[in-house]
Design a protein around this ligand. Structure first.
Ligand code: GLA
Length: 458
């Protein structure tokens, strides 16, 4: 598995309506026929939110919605990108001089991240050009990882154009790193599941070294995704990076408190590993070492014995330089408790007791509470949606993805699915004032989908 490359599948394009439509649109756009197609899926994280960048395992599955790109390599060293969605304007650049503008998270920049990651991995300064037509059906800015799917798809497109080989694990690591060119300090969950997903199973994704283990979900339940319709673009605000920095600072303060060498520590998991204690014990250490009142930059500097200048330039990311308060206690409590919930979730799936669905639901509810109260990455609409989902039959419901908007995921007993969908639709989406105009994809049941692939015309 660790040595496997993404599969290449031969298909009769004429028999696949979406591929066929893309081929025709490609032809009318570029006046030629695509050489190959690449798809990379979005994901839904079942549990384990905001802990991947702290070094902890997460438990996502791929959704069937994906990014599909039709590709034709060309001799001109020009990269031409077009999108079937008219909201995303055409873009073209010299393939030999890739610039990623961090100030505006425009759609094509995610493609450039994937391309640049592969280019740098192989130390190439010259890349052949290509024409690409992108078609996506993952709802954007909804916490289902449409942006990472684009980065991963572009990475695999570039690899295929170059005729090179990499394993899924290598691709996931390269794409996780290269997505940070956009300015967000994300972890590796989204890219890992996009490459490592397999149909029919969720995955426990562990980091350093990256690996994925199957987690079989209970057959008596269905996972339902509901979009709060509050859009969240994590690259357009500093919320996400502030959390990453709060976790980093908490890790340093905890390490210092325990007389460890704190300056090299970046992740909360490293502190646990160095102390060799359980997650439950880490929660106690957090209570002893940190206080619930927010920390000012000055207090953090006093605790670590560094200057404000050192804090800014050596620890914080550029878009968090001016943050005035950091909640370290709450963030660390969320991370250690959420990391424990992931392990419990996996164990329950493996042991499959009679009340599996209820137990998984409870963990998902606890996860949402922790995201809402300790990590403060929910929003009123997500809280409302979670409550509606629970009211109409979900055993558990939580925000999924980065939060501050986007989707919830709920575990629903299979026999309640029909009434659940109807009632949630009515309670959340059919507002009498017409203020919410949900799209087709706002509320749907989902099953674990497969990972990124290359399609060749048979
Ligand atoms: C985003 C990031 C992931 C992860 C989630 C929160 O999707 O890209 O790496 O941190 O948020 O769990």
């Amino acid at each position: 598995m660790a040595t496997e490359s993404p599969a290449t599948r031969r298909v009769q394009v004429a028999e696949h309506p979406r591929l066929l439509k893309l081929k025709e649109m490609f032809n009318s756009k570029f006046g030629s026929i695509p050489k190959f197609y690449v798809r990379a899926p979005g994901r839904v994280n079942l549990i384990g939110e905001h802990i991947d960048y702290c070094g902890y395992s997460v438990l996502p599955m791929a959704v069937e919605q994906d990014l599909l790109i039709a590709v034709e390599p060309v001799e001109t060293y020009t990269l031409q990108l077009a999108n079937t969605n008219p909201l995303y304007p055409d873009f073209s650049t010299s393939a030999t001089n890739i610039q990623i503008d961090k100030t505006k998270p425009l759609w094509h920049n995610y493609f450039l991240c994937g391309l640049k990651g592969i280019q740098e991995h192989f130390g190439l300064s010259n890349l052949t050009g290509m024409n690409c037509l992108v078609d996506g059906n993952i709802p954007p800015r909804s916490g289902l990882s449409s942006s990472s799917a684009l980065v991963c798809c572009a990475g695999l497109v570039t690899l295929t154009v170059l005729g090179m080989n990499l394993t899924k694990v290598e691709l996931a690591e390269i794409c996780a790193k290269s997505e940070r060119y956009i300015g967000t300090e994300g972890g590796g969950m989204d890219q890992s599941i996009s490459f490592l997903a397999e149909e029919g199973t969720a995955k426990l994704i562990e980091f350093s070294p990256l690996r994925a283990t199957n987690v079989n979900l209970p057959s008596g339940a269905v996972f339902v995704i509901a979009n709060s319709c509050v859009e969240m673009n994590k690259a357009a605000t500093s919320h996400f990076n502030i959390r990453v920095m709060e976790c980093r600072l908490a890790a340093k303060l905890l390490a210092k408190y325990k007389s460890l060498q704190w300056d090299k520590v970046l992740q909360l998991e490293e502190v646990q590993a160095k102390l060799g204690i359980s997650l439950e014990e880490m929660l106690l250490v957090t209570e002893d070492a940190l206080h619930p009142e927010p920390y000012s930059p000055e207090e953090i500097c006093r605790c670590l014995g560094i200057t404000l200048e050192e804090l800014r330039t050596q620890i914080l990311s550029p878009n968090t330089h001016d943050v005035l308060i950091f909640k370290l206690y709450q963030r660390a409590k969320h991370v250690y408790s959420e990391a424990a919930r992931v392990l419990q979730f996996k164990k329950i799936c493996e042991e499959a007791p009679e009340n599996t669905v209820q137990l998984l639901g409870e963990l998902m509810n606890q996860s949402h509470m922790s995201c809402r109260d300790m990590y403060e990455c929910s929003c009123p609409e997500l809280d409302q949606l979670v409550n509606i989902c629970r009211k109409f039959g979900a055993e558990g419901s939580r925000l999924t993805g980065a939060g501050w908007g986007g989707c919830t995921v709920s575990i629903v007993p299979a026999d309640k699915l029909t009434s659940f969908l109807a009632n949630v639709h009515k309670a959340y989406y059919q507002r009498s004032d017409g203020s919410l105009a949900p799209e087709k994809q706002s509320l749907f049941a989902t099953k674990p989908g497969g990972g990124a692939l290359v399609f060749l015309e048979a």
